[in-house]
Design a protein around this ligand. Structure first.
Ligand code: TRP
Length: 334
């Protein structure tokens, strides 16, 4: 039986993924490879909307692909590729822009938040059309599912609306995809500010565990994580957000239940607990960092794998563009 197709994308905005990216998304992408026909894309064109420096973008794109492989995305099981290597994304992106209402695009909350922060003169148009490029990323591959975090729900809704609109305006062309909202089970918070989501954009990096950082640096960050009053290792998100976050992290890596970990640390203090969390985390991240570095040292092999992925992706995407162009009345070159 054919497996259902799933597609997702991740932005290469930094040299290293952090724990939130991994536990919140990539780990679930890895699991989906077994049951689904998976397409995973490093969305470098989207990263351009953040005004990233050229050298940084190039480095982050390769580092993202290498980390995905090191984390378990298997290029033999998934189609792993770089967005800009498949020009069909831009081709369909434009068509999507031509069927999106200005008001509709203006209501995207991510655009509103980001543009409100920088002011309209410093907001690029690419940020405004970002969701239409994302719709193209998705619809090109006719996936059934789009595994993403809760924050992408509105973009998926727009994608569904655009697919339905295209189908009814022109011709039945797209499968209407469903969001597959990833379990928030492993929602990871900032170590310093345990009520805010762990994110690249937080004010300091002291609360951020980066996958490619040294074991020493990450141990130090975990040991200086904000804890709470009292000295009991107990899960209580309201009264003990710091300890609860560390319990979530421990459990995500060790596979032990929260209550088993609480029992282990019964009568012991925060210090012992933090040292144990640091051990569990670094034991898991050490081999991932090593594998990533190996891949980055052998760019030939990484490039070869990505080329295979983009060729597979382009074959599917080009076929969709051909149908779309035909449906809207763009004539073939002949
Ligand atoms: N906007 C997504 C994010 O910030 C990234 C993204 C771009 C994406 N294209 C996509 C996710 C297509 C899923 C499918 O996380």
């Amino acid at each position: 039986m054919n497996k259902a197709r799933a597609l997702s994308g991740i932005q290469p905005t930094s040299g290293s993924f952090h724990l939130g990216n991994y536990l919140g998304a990539v780990r679930q992408w890895v699991a989906l490879q077994e049951s689904h026909d998976t397409y995973y894309c490093v969305v470098d064109l989207h990263a351009l909307t953040a005004g990233i420096e050229p050298a940084k973008l190039a480095e982050a794109t390769l580092a993202s692909a290498a980390q995905l492989i090191a984390l378990g995305i298997d290029p033999n099981k998934s189609t792993l590729f770089i967005q800009s290597h498949v020009p069909a994304h831009n081709q369909l992106g434009w068509i999507m822009e031509c069927i999106t209402g200005f008001g509709e695009a203006s209501r995207m909350t991510q655009f509103k938040d980001k543009s409100a922060k920088s002011g309209s003169d410093r907001t690029v148009v690419g940020l405004f059309t970002y969701p239409m490029l994302q719709a193209a990323d998705i619809l090109l591959y006719q996936p059934q599912y789009v595994p993403v975090g809760e924050d992408q729900r509105q973009h998926i809704e727009l994608t569904r609306d655009l697919a339905g609109r295209f189908n009814s305006t022109y011709k039945e062309t797209f499968r209407i995809p469903e969001g597959y909202i990833l379990k928030a089970g492993a929602k990871i918070f900032d170590l310093q500010e345990p009520t805010a989501k762990m994110s690249k954009s937080s004010s300091s990096t002291a609360g951020l565990i980066e996958l490619l950082d040294s074991a020493g640096a990450n141990t130090k960050k975990i040991k200086s994580a904000t804890t709470d009053d009292g000295r009991e290792v107990k899960f209580d998100e309201v009264k003990k957000p710091g300890i609860s976050n560390l319990l979530t992290i421990h459990s995500a890596f060790s596979g032990q239940s929260i209550s088993a970990i609480e029992a282990d640390f019964d009568g012991k203090g925060y210090g012992d607990f933090k040292a144990a969390v640091a051990d569990v985390v670094t034991a898991h991240l050490d081999p991932i960092r090593e594998r990533t570095n190996e891949l980055l040292q052998d760019k030939g092999e990484l490039t070869r794998l990505l080329k295979i992925g983009s060729e597979k992706a382009a074959a599917v995407a080009d076929e969709t563009v051909r149908k779309v162009y035909d449906a809207v009345g763009l004539i073939p070159r002949g």
